[in-house]
Design a protein around this ligand. Structure first.
Ligand code: FAD
Length: 414
């Protein structure tokens, strides 16, 4: 590709990078995305939240997602079911208190991410695969320089742009290069997962909902079951590293835990593993700052909390939705208050999820979920957060998530 200047360089073509690229290209900006992998490629993070449909629409990519959903085996998702020791609690996202879509999809990420990246390319973004960003240089006041290595021959390429967006996810390129890493306040947890072929006919199961199962004796351990529309499903277990210390490998870690949870085995029915077990450890991450002189961090390149409420892609898309209009203003020579309009605005929703993730693992939020006499109005507000509407400050559980959750948990425990 040309060694010339771009308005914006984006590192990574995951959901954050692709949606930002689509928006910038539609705004008439020259944008290049450097992606180290060749698509389609597997990624974890398969259950979306209804809130993210709004951001896909803003990026001009929702039509493509809806049109291709059937062909690509995306499973309609309209809620979540929580299960613990025979107790089932259903959340129907249409019954949330916030305005906005109440359904979304569970997606195979290799197909979903390719669809978004192709959509961005159709709008005119240049997407280059096999390019790993190795270094950045902000020393010239006129441009940002990025050095990328191509995987075919190890050749090095220098790309210049006016602005740099890091959407490298767990690659965390700028946090590492600019020393922005900041420890997450969550303990180190681990996830083991795989894909199975199963028609899920083994037990009563609503395939339009994600199934979250709490381990029968260790409430800090939980399982996900995410069905796809093509007769396959994703299954995984999450817990503190200490619970997996004696496991030999990912396969052992996953199936030993699942064997302790008879209901899940029943739901799985006859299954066959079609994507081998895999393990990820220590994925929670944070940064000192989400922006700086001529750069901003999107999605997981900034903060990642935890998989439990499937908030990752939604936060990634929200970050693009907030950052792109600011980049456009900055390219236009206008003053931009990145602290207020990006960092504080994005972190509002992240901190909502943070309160509920914390409450999940110390079991305060589990008590709320499994409380039998939950008021309909309160359940609708909780449902909104589970549907991803974590920035809706009309919801008191968003406005004052920490305090409200504490009060509610006490009520549900008494
Ligand atoms: P990514 O999707 O990670 O994309 C980053 C891209 O950058 C990649 O394609 C990568 O190849 C590229 N890249 C990295 N380094 C470089 C480099 N140096 N140069 C060039 N390119 C580079 N989220 C959900 O919404 N729902 C879920 O159900 C869910 N489940 C999860 C389960 C687990 C166990 C974990 C750990 C996470 C889960 N997540 C889930 C989170 C989800 O995976 C992420 O939040 C989401 O993928 C973030 O999107 P992103 O665009 O920021 O980054």
């Amino acid at each position: 590709f040309k060694l010339s200047d771009y308005d914006v360089i984006i590192i990574g073509a995951g959901p954050a990078g692709a949606t930002a690229a689509a928006m910038l290209a539609q705004a008439g900006k020259s944008v290049i995305v450097l992606e180290r992998q060749h698509f389609p490629r597997f990624s974890i993070g398969e259950s979306l939240l209804p809130q993210c449909m709004i951001y896909l629409e803003e990026a001009g990519l929702l039509n493509a997602v809806n049109t291709e959903a059937l062909a690509l085996g995306f499973q309609l998702k309209n809620g979540a079911v929580f299960h613990h020791k025979g107790e089932h609690v259903f959340f129907d996202f249409e019954k949330k208190s916030s305005l906005g879509p109440g359904t979304t999809y569970q997606v195979k990420r290799e197909l979903f991410d390719s669809l978004l990246a192709n959509g961005a390319a159709d709008y005119g973004a240049e997407i280059h695969h096999g390019y790993t960003v190795k270094a950045v240089d902000f020393s010239d006041p006129d441009f940002v320089a990025v050095e990328a290595e191509h995987d075919s021959d190890g050749s090095t390429h220098l790309i210049r742009g006016s602005y740099l967006l890091d959407a490298s996810g767990f690659g965390r390129v700028l946090p590492r290069l600019l020393k922005l890493e900041y420890p997450s306040d969550f303990p180190v947890r681990q996830a083991a997962f795989c894909h199975v072929k199963t028609d899920l006919s083994g037990g009563a199961f609503d395939r339009n909902k994600i199934l979250i199962t709490v381990h029968p004796t260790k409430p800090e351990i939980w399982f996900w079951l995410i069905p796809f529309a093509d007769g396959t499903a994703s299954i995984g277990v999450v817990g503190g590293v200490e619970y997996f210390a004696h496991n030999r490998d990912a396969k052992d870690a996953l199936w030993q835990r699942i064997n302790e949870e008879t209901h899940l085995l029943e739901v799985l029915g006859d299954y066959r593993v079609i994507r081998p077990e895999q393990m990820i450890t220590g994925y929670s991450a944070n940064v000192r700052t989400l922006y700086g002189d001529r750069f901003a961090l999107l999605g997981n390149a900034g903060e990642f909390l935890d998989p439990v409420f499937s908030s990752g892609v939604t936060i990634a898309l929200k970050s693009s939705s907030l950052a792109v209009p600011l980049v456009l203003r900055e390219l236009n020579g206008e003053f931009v208050d990145w602290e207020k309009d990006y960092s504080v605005a994005l972190r509002k929703g992240i901190s909502t999820f943070h309160s509920f993730v914390k409450g999940w693992y110390d079991t305060r939020f589990q008590k709320v979920i499994f409380y039998k006499q939950q008021q309909t109005e309160v359940k609708a507000m909780i449902c909104s957060i589970l549907a991803g509407y974590a920035w809706d400050t009309d919801n008191p559980y968003v406005r004052e998530s920490k305090r409200r959750l504490n009060v509610l948990a006490e009520l549900c425990s008494s």
